[in-house]
Design a protein around this ligand. Sequence first.
Ligand SMILES: [Zn+2]
Length: 307
Amino acid sequence: MEFFDSLPMHWLAVTTLYESLKDMRQLPAILCRGYGYADGLFAPGKWDNPDFGFTVDVPVALSDRLNKRFTASWAQAKTFKSRISFEVRTALLVLARLATIVLFWTRDLTVLQMIAVLAVQQLAISPLSLVPSFAWSMTDADLRVSHHLVFAVLSAVWYALVPPEWADMLSLTITFEFCLGYFLLDLGVCAYLTLFGKSAANRAVVPPLKALATSVVWGSLTSRTYPFVLCALMHGTKVNFALLAIDAALSATLRCAALVESVTKISPFSIQYVAHRLIHLPNFYDHGHRTHHGILESNSTRRASRG
Ligand SMILES: [Zn+2]
């Protein structure tokens, strides 16, 4: 089975990731603060201000070491002989995602839970996506850890102080309809920004209809259908928007994430940089990232980030 053949490649990915992240910790402290909210580095408008700037000294030895390591990993990754072609692999992944969507419409909780199990098929079809997926999921690990820490405290205080009949006035339970609504909203926002985006940069990249249609189909199948899988995992979870609003007003999660970064000396940018180089290694690329680069824009938040 391809998964077992690929085990040495997994080891290669783990060691490349580990050693490179160790190097990234040597970066000047100011570059190790992705959510550097507390020191105002990412205050709104800061980067647009022509007078804003800072200088850092990055040791050349560090970039040399990183580049050398990736050149070595590149040569080794090339030696892996894939049994499944990129086209067949893509077809299998698409079939699995389509099955997820079809099952989603049953609206049966047991079937929804089966979808979560079905999502694991990715490792049989694209085994080399395992370590890069894990690395990518670590990108905002500090934010997630902080979210859980902050929300544990916030909810404890909220539900202790607010009368029960008021406490959940702004709460919403994640259901089939919630996920479907999210999917449609994302699709709509994406379409709006693509066709009527205000900024010149956005309008300039409106592609020809055929390219746009291709991207809508591929983008929907890869990124936009995640809510269907997530729905399976989060069905029944209660989201309290009042707590989200308090957190946003206090920037509590962001402040906590900045603290985690200053302690670990690993920023989302370091992880993203290393993980991205990892998924561009030969063979790894075909297992999880090649399709992404064929898509123009995959969801509304990416679209919005273009202005
Ligand atoms: Zn890429």
